[in-house]
Each structure stands twice: as C-alpha cells, then as structure tokens.
Design a protein around this ligand. Structure first.
Ligand SMILES: [Zn+2]
Ligand SMILES: [Zn+2]
Length: 340
C-alpha cells in the first residue's frame, strides 16, 4: 500500500509500505480523509511531547471505513464509518485507574508513537474507535479529533452559554473550533488573531468581534466590550507568550482560563498574583478524554459545519505536496488528504 512515512528528521515520503496485518483484537481500516496538524511538524522536525522512534506514519485526525475485524472484535463490522482517538492510555497505571488517561506516563499516541492514518490502510483497537453518525461526513469526521479538543476544553471549564462572553486567543484550527463550539453553545465569542484569512474564517464560524493584537490593546478592548468586567471564559489556543500573559488581564474576576496552546520547553514570566487576586480558575488541557461520544452527538444534532477551516484538499497520492503546503501557516489553515 501507499503510506506517508517519516523516515527520519525532515525526511517525509509517500512510499510503498507493507499493509497492516490485524491481530484478533484489532480492526483494519481504510482512512477516507485525514488532516495535517501542526504537531505533525514536531514529529517531522524530530521533537514530540513524548518519546517516539522513526520510521512512523503520521495521521491522528482522520475518519474512515472498517474493512476487516479480528475474531475477538464484536462492536464493529466491515463497512462501519469510524473516527479514532489519538491518546491511548496504558489502562493499568494509577493515573489511568484514576480516570485521566491522557496524562498517563506510558501513553501511546496514534499517528506519533504508533502508525497513523495517512496511508491507504491503518489498524486500530476497537476501544479507540467511535462510530461516525450518518449525518456527519468523512470530511467533517476527519476534524472530530481537533474539534473534540476545543469542545472538550469548553466542557472541562464548565461549558459556556448565551449569558457569557468567551475570548479565544489564536485563530489556528483549535482556536477556530473553539469559536465554532462556543458560538453554537450560544456564547458571545471574541477572537484574537492577527491574520486576515483566519479572522475571516473566525467570523464565518461565529465570532461576533475580532481583535487584531498588533493593532489594538486586547485587554482594553475586551474590557470595553464587557462593561469593564472582562470575559467569563478564555481559551488560549495560540501558544504565544503575549497571549498567555494577556489572558490574566482579559479574564473577569473569577473567570476561567483554559490553556490549550502548547509551548514545549519555553518559560515565560507572568504576574502570578493576578491569578490569586482575581480568583481565576486556570487549567492546562491536553487531548480530549471522555468527550468523544458527546462531541459526535453535538456535531450531529447541532448541524454545525466545521469544514470552513479546510482551505485545501489533496489526494493521498499528492501527500508530499500537501505536507509542503501545510507547513506554510500563512498560506492555509487545514490541509486535508483524501483517500477515495
Ligand atoms: Zn492534531
Ligand atoms: Zn496509564
């Protein structure tokens, strides 16, 4: 089969690869759509948040069709449309036992430490998979993984509704999905993003105000929009130092801040006292544990269309070109690979 393989640092190729062979407790899948993520470039660049080894097939944001199931698999059958989780806990350590498998010290990540979905075929275990509702397309399905991170972050902070104002820092896919989820839940959403193309998609997905942090003082503008009190919920999805610092000024007293943007190995200085004085609830979030079924139901029932973040799609046969484009963040938002 054809598969995207990262053979070493900065060595990504579309190449012939042996098709996966499934064990009795595994499922063979034909991915139908997958999207390229910023974190794929960490892997290509030789870094990742947990240990990994080359060669590896990326692809952790995907949807597909079950082709074959092992004899011990009862929940799925050939033809089922599925999506799959990326973070896989060991299921036996004390962290997994206490219900936080995304923080498991022995976790595997599908598409990072085990082969992912940027290939004609992939394999997974049934416990990582979820059925894609009939009303959700393969294209939308490939976005369920990143959308679940944004939607799950809002849920983890107690949700949001029409009585609240939410500020999202960063109009990358995770930030844009937070805009979409928050506005579908009814909140007023303010997006902070400098790039015009991303501001535009943010407006389409429901942001009622957009702030360009290069042009305006973000905290002042948010205060002005909230009668001087600040925002109830802040989703920090940029990973930028200035944004992380600004969250403390943008939040109202007793506000909630979810840190979703990832910064590896960098320190920033913030005035910690503000967290105390303002009584802020600040939480770091990785992945989207226990929220997948709810995410799928939310997308299905709300009819929310999250595909405007996909700016380009390529057939799998042009994967190398797709990865070259997706690395240029000013030229695209989400780049999709189709395996028809
Ligand atoms: Zn991703
Ligand atoms: Zn574990």
């Amino acid at each position: 089969m054809k598969a995207v393989v990262i053979n070493g640092p900065n060595d990504l190729r579309l190449q012939d690869s042996p098709a996966p062979v499934i064990a009795p407790d595994e499922v063979l899948i034909r991915p139908r759509a997958s999207t390229i993520c910023h974190s794929d470039y960490e892997l290509i660049g030789g870094r990742y948040i947990i240990p990994f080894s080359y060669p590896i097939t990326p692809g952790h944001e995907w949807s597909g069709e079950v082709v074959e199931v092992g004899k011990n698999v009862t929940r799925f059958k050939p033809g089922d449309r599925v999506v799959g989780e990326s973070v896989i806990g060991c299921n036996s350590c004390v962290i997994c036992q206490s219900g936080n498998f995304t923080n498991c010290p022995n976790a595997d990540h599908f598409g990072f430490t085990i082969n992912g979905a940027d290939a004609e075929y992939t394999k997974a275990r049934p416990e990582w998979l979820h059925k894609l509702p009939d009303g959700v397309s393969f294209k939308q399905g490939a976005l369920v993984e990143p959308f679940s991170v944004s939607y799950g972050a809002i849920c983890a902070m107690g949700g949001v509704d029409a009585g609240e104002t939410m500020v999202v820092f960063g109009g990358g896919p995770i930030g844009l999905f937070a805009v979409a989820a928050g506005s579908a839940m009814g909140a007023r959403v303010i997006l902070v993003e400098p790039m015009a193309s991303r501001q535009e998609v943010g407006r389409r997905l429901g942001a009622s105000e957009v702030i360009d942090p290069r042009e305006e003082q973000v905290a002042e503008r948010v205060q002005a929009l909230t009668d001087g009190f600040g925002a109830d919920l802040i989703i920090e999805a940029s990973g930028a130092e200035a944004a992380l610092t600004a969250t403390l000024d943008v939040a109202r007293n007793n506000g909630r801040i979810a840190c979703v943007g990832i910064r590896i190995g960098q320190s920033i200085s913030v005035e910690m006292g503000k967290i105390q004085i303002k009584g802020l609830n600040l939480k770091g979030i990785v992945g989207s544990p226990y929220v997948w079924e709810r995410t799928l139901t939310f997308l299905n029932r709300s009819g929310l269309d999250i595909t405007p973040v996909v700016t380009h799609d390529f057939p799998l046969s042009r994967a190398e070109e797709a990865f070259a484009l997706a690395s240029q963040r000013d030229k695209c938002i989400k780049v999709m690979l189709m395996n028809d």
